[in-house]
Write a protein that binds this ligand. Structure first.
Ligand code: IMP
Length: 196
């Protein structure tokens, strides 16, 4: 069975292929011949995840999986949220985004935030979504060299005080929004709660 992913990230592809039974072959949108940017016109993570998965499933048939993630900061009324990738500008630069977040939070004492992922699973018979969240706080300066995006500013509430950028990949995955959403999808697939 063929599963196409709305990502070009080779690590995500490997991770998902490794977690699935051997009958699944996992490919990316580009490797499946989709050269255009996938549509992302929604104003919510849910809408964007659904839009990307539906686009691929309609074009290619079979099964499609997409994910959309963002950082929601309470003091910023949920921003940057769905606009996390381009909070600092259209160039979608992680370091610029982190600087923009620190600037937006100068003098702010409520530093609570969460990362959220929505996964959309599109099949020939319909669409299902899965969510994962991790609560935490935003630091006043960066810590750690690993990860990407806002990792160096985010300390998860259930951790030991380290940022996501100070953790090994496996450690982050065990508590991250994306890890949780992926595990929810895999559990549903396993139990055949969702169409396959
Ligand atoms: P995407 O939907 O996974 O591409 O995520 C959109 C944006 O949210 C990224 O460009 C990052 O800025 C931010 N983001 C999502 N997940 C993470 C994460 O695990 N760590 C840090 N930043 C993240």
């Amino acid at each position: 069975m063929k599963l196409v992913l709305a990502t070009q990230n080779p690590n995500k592809v490997k991770e998902i292929q490794a977690a699935l039974p051997a009958e699944w072959s996992v490919t990316t949108a580009r490797d499946a011949g989709i050269t255009e940017e996938l549509p992302e016109t929604g104003t919510t993570l849910d809408a964007n995840a659904r839009e990307k998965a539906a686009y691929l499933q309609t074009k290619l048939g079979g099964f499609a999986l997409s994910d959309d993630s963002g950082l929601e900061v309470d003091a910023l009324e949920g921003a940057p949220g769905v606009y996390s990738a381009r909070f600092g500008g259209p160039e979608k630069d992680d370091a610029v985004n982190r600087a923009a977040l620190l600037h937006a939070m100068e003098g702010v004492t409520n530093r609570t935030a969460r990362f959220r992922t929505v996964i959309a699973w599109a099949t020939p018979t319909g669409m299902t979504t899965f969510e994962g969240e991790v609560e935490g706080i935003i630091l006043e300066s960066e810590r750690g060299e690993g990860g990407f995006g806002y990792d160096a500013l985010f300390v998860p509430e259930d951790g030991d005080g380290r940022t996501f950028a100070e953790m090994a990949l496996e450690e982050k995955k065990a508590m991250s929004h994306r890890g949780r959403a992926l595990r929810a999808w895999m559990a549903a697939l396993d139990g055949e709660i969702i169409p396959r």
